[in-house]
Design a protein around this ligand. Structure first.
Ligand code: TTP
Ligand code: MG
Length: 357
């Protein structure tokens, strides 16, 4: 038994773009950009991701698609095919989970594994990680980068350190040396707003933050200030937790008396949506699919769903889409039960890490 933990963070390389390249060999050697329709440079919306070749032209995730077009007009622009990504992700997660004692998926293309009891030391951990990377590539023809460290926060930074197909090992003795020069923005939970504030305080690197006066940080950022400083000092005791994945969130209601009045039905729907929408916002969850269920007085039951192009957490979108889906069923026959739920969920930063202030 070792007296430190050995945590692995795995993150797939240019995930959506790599999945597209795998499906279509003609894309090999081309700059591939997945996102909104560029419409010859006039398109609205953003880049979801792009392959490493297009990154050489300066294209990045979340950049306006019109800007990507300017930087890389010769690129191949594709609309996202979420079915493909979700299926690939599921298969890869199944492969990965076998390598750890504890496994925690934190996004469509990343996961933590606790392998403390699987290997003797960091040397063996590195061998296991290499085997895992090859295993994923042999079976799914996609590459991932891996970070190994004594805790989750450092492991995540390590997997990002060398990409694509990288492996970065930060053993306990090297944690501080590894963290010191990294820009503070890289730290889990430090979003653009925190970054700006920290810059104003003269904090640019994780090392600057590690040494910064704790009381001042608490005064400026509250409890998160102290937590952030701990992370900067390489301290993170959070466990790798196997979570039971939530597949959908929603509500349904059975009317006391069966109804055929559309107004009553839509009011009921809006109330259901208001209720679970709070949950979505509170837990920083976005969705892509809206599902409805209708049960008539004779128990005949119908379900319908609509999948959107992008993830959202917009309440009006749920209400509007629900109305669209339900309307064809309102033709005089009395309704006993109505249900609305969202699926195709995406868990945000807040959900998977600490809170951004
Ligand atoms: P990331 O792991 O952040 O990015 P990536 O896998 O494309 O590239 P990298 O090699 O740097 O890890 O995100 C995983 C997927 O999530 C990405 O392929 C597309 C999607 N995504 C978006 O749709 N919008 C975004 O802003 C980001 C960052 C990712
Ligand atoms: Mg990735």
């Amino acid at each position: 038994m070792v007296d430190y933990r050995i945590i692995l963070h795995v993150d797939l390389d240019a995930f959506f773009a790599s999945a597209e390249e795998r499906e279509n060999p003609e894309l090999k050697g081309k700059a591939v950009i997945v996102g909104a329709d560029p419409k010859n440079g006039q398109g609205r919306g953003v880049v979801a991701t792009c392959n490493y070749l297009s990154r050489e032209y300066g294209v990045r995730s979340a950049m306006p698609i019109s800007r990507a077009w300017k930087l890389c007009p010769q690129g191949v622009y594709l609309r996202p095919n979420f079915d493909l990504y979700e299926k690939a992700s599921e298969k890869i997660m199944e492969i990965l989970r076998k390598y750890g004692d504890k496994f925690e998926q934190v996004g469509i293309d990343e996961a933590f594994l606790d392998i403390t009891n699987k290997v003797k030391d960091y040397e063996e951990a590195m061998k296991l990680a290499n085997k895992m990377k090859r295993g994923v590539f042999d079976k799914e023809k996609l590459t991932c980068s891996v970070g190994i460290a004594p805790n989750k926060s450092v492991a995540k930074l390590a997997s990002d350190y060398k990409k694509p197909y990288g492996l970065t090992v930060v053993n306990p003795e090297n944690v501080i040396k590894f963290l010191n020069p990294l820009p503070v923005r890289k730290l889990i939970g430090v979003g653009p707003k925190t970054e700006v504030k920290l810059k104003e305080m003269g904090v640019r690197t994780i090392g600057d933050l590690a040494r910064y006066n704790k009381e001042t940080l608490i005064k400026t950022f509250g409890k998160w200030g102290a937590e952030m400083r701990e992370l900067a000092n390489g301290i993170d005791n959070s466990e790798v937790i196997e979570e039971h994945e939530i597949k959908s969130i929603g509500r349904e209601v059975t009317f006391e008396d069966d109804v055929d009045n559309p107004e009553i039905i839509f009011t009921a729907i809006n109330e259901l949506v208001d209720e679970f929408h709070e949950e979505l916002i509170g837990s920083d969850i976005k969705f892509r699919t809206i599902n409805i269920k209708i049960r008539y007085e004779d128990f005949e039951t119908h379900t319908r769903a609509k999948t959107l192009q992008f993830y959202t957490n917009d309440k009006e979108t749920i209400k509007k889409t629900t109305k669209e889906l339900v309307s064809p069923f309102l033709h005089g026959k009395k309704i006993r039960l109505i249900g609305v739920r969202v699926s195709g969920l995406k868990f945000g930063e807040k959900q998977k890490t600490l809170k951004e202030i």
